[in-house]
Design a protein around this ligand. Structure first.
Ligand SMILES: Nc1ncnc2c1ncn2[C@@H]1O[C@H](COP(=O)(O)OP(=O)(O)OP(=O)(O)O)[C@@H](O)[C@H]1O
Length: 211
């Protein structure tokens, strides 16, 4: 435990089994992931999104354990979720909310978050003007930018980025690459990202899901 703290956050996935009602996805999957950017790779349907959601505490393993900095996601789900954020392409669960309300919800969920950092990220992605809009009225790219602004601003130890470049315009891709370059150099954050294309950021390690 002392070593884990000194070396930065560590995500430990041990012997995870997970199945949807109709489909087994993991049978005894294990990995240990340290700070920096880890590129999670695998063919369509191999389980990348499922693994990110398990690591985010959004899905629960049927067997095995997932822990971040020694916080077990089944034993301490609230503490675990406070330290992690999943950023994917899913449509919002509450599409009638305004963007501002979504942000307020996240600021309440992550009490250590700084609203000014979120605003700065929204500005940088060029979506600050959407604050009064309902989520359902955002384009795919705008929705992604709002999600990424949150991901980059929230004070978490583990960021799960599911195809973060999908749907972004060229300026946003460039901005995101710069931000990931800074995040990837930090010792206090783990970034686990999926990308079917070479992400062109400083990847520290790769994690391959194979049949
Ligand atoms: N809600 C669900 N119910 C049942 N099966 C599901 C569900 N979500 C995903 N699956 C199945 O689980 C498997 C893993 O899906 P997942 O989305 O994790 O793959 P992926 O590696 O992210 O794929 P892609 O590269 O296409 O995004 C797939 O066979 C998928 O059909």
């Amino acid at each position: 435990m002392a070593v884990e703290q000194k070396d930065g956050p560590l995500l430990r996935i041990a012997g995870v089994h997970f199945h949807f009602d109709t489909r087994p996805v993991f049978a005894g999957f294990s990995a240990a992931i340290g700070p920096g950017i880890t590129w999670l790779r695998g063919a369509n349907g191999m389980g990348k999104t499922t693994l990110l959601k398990l690591a985010a505490g959004a899905l629960t393993p049927n067997r095995g354990s997932i822990a971040l900095d020694g916080i077990d996601c089944a034993a301490q789900p609230l503490a675990y979720r406070l330290a992690a954020f999943y950023c994917g392409g899913d449509l919002p669960d509450l599409p009638w909310l305004a963007v501002q309300e979504l942000l307020d919800l996240h600021l309440a969920l992550y009490p250590a978050a700084d609203a000014r950092l979120v605003e700065r990220q929204l500005d940088a992605f060029g979506v600050a003007g959407t604050l009064g809009q309902a989520l359902s009225t955002l384009s795919l790219g705008q929705h992604k930018k709002v999600q990424l602004a949150l991901a980059l601003a929230l004070p978490v130890r583990l960021l799960l980025l599911d195809e973060p470049f999908n749907g972004l315009d060229a300026a946003a891709v460039e901005y995101l690459r710069g931000q990931l370059g800074e995040l990837g150099a930090r010792q206090d954050v783990c970034v686990l990202l999926t990308s079917h294309l070479e992400p062109l950021v400083a990847v520290r390690r790769m994690l391959d899901l194979a049949p």
